[in-house]
Ligand binder design. Structure first.
Ligand SMILES: [Zn+2]
Length: 103
């Protein structure tokens, strides 16, 4: 579930949807070293790579999205909406990542 393990097969495929050709590279808000290719629809939706959000929420906010800063909750909400992922599934994936990370 790391960003590197989930890197797209082609460097110019969008890292968010994994389908469309990327039109530019950008950083995930709050994670300046996490730079990925984005397509136009994902850019417009202000969505970001799902696994990065799962990992960062687990590592930086101890899995507690409610305790995260407003900008981060917004990043997650926009991404889940765009990718049509249920918040409950996100929370389950964050929990699984925390269990995995704790070894
Ligand atoms: Zn995309």
């Amino acid at each position: 579930m790391t960003a590197l393990a989930e890197a797209p097969a082609h460097p110019w495929t969008c890292a968010v949807c994994g389908e469309n050709p990327a039109v530019h590279a950008a950083a995930v808000p709050g994670i300046p070293n996490a730079v990925f290719p984005y397509c136009r629809p994902c850019t417009t939706a202000m969505a970001h790579p799902y696994d990065v959000l799962v990992n960062h929420t687990a590592a930086e906010y101890a899995g507690q999205l409610d305790d995260a800063p407003a900008f981060w909750r917004d990043v997650v909400a926009r991404t889940l909406r765009h990718l049509r992922i249920a918040p409950a599934d996100f929370h389950a994936d964050v929990t699984a990542e925390m269990v995995r990370a704790s070894g």
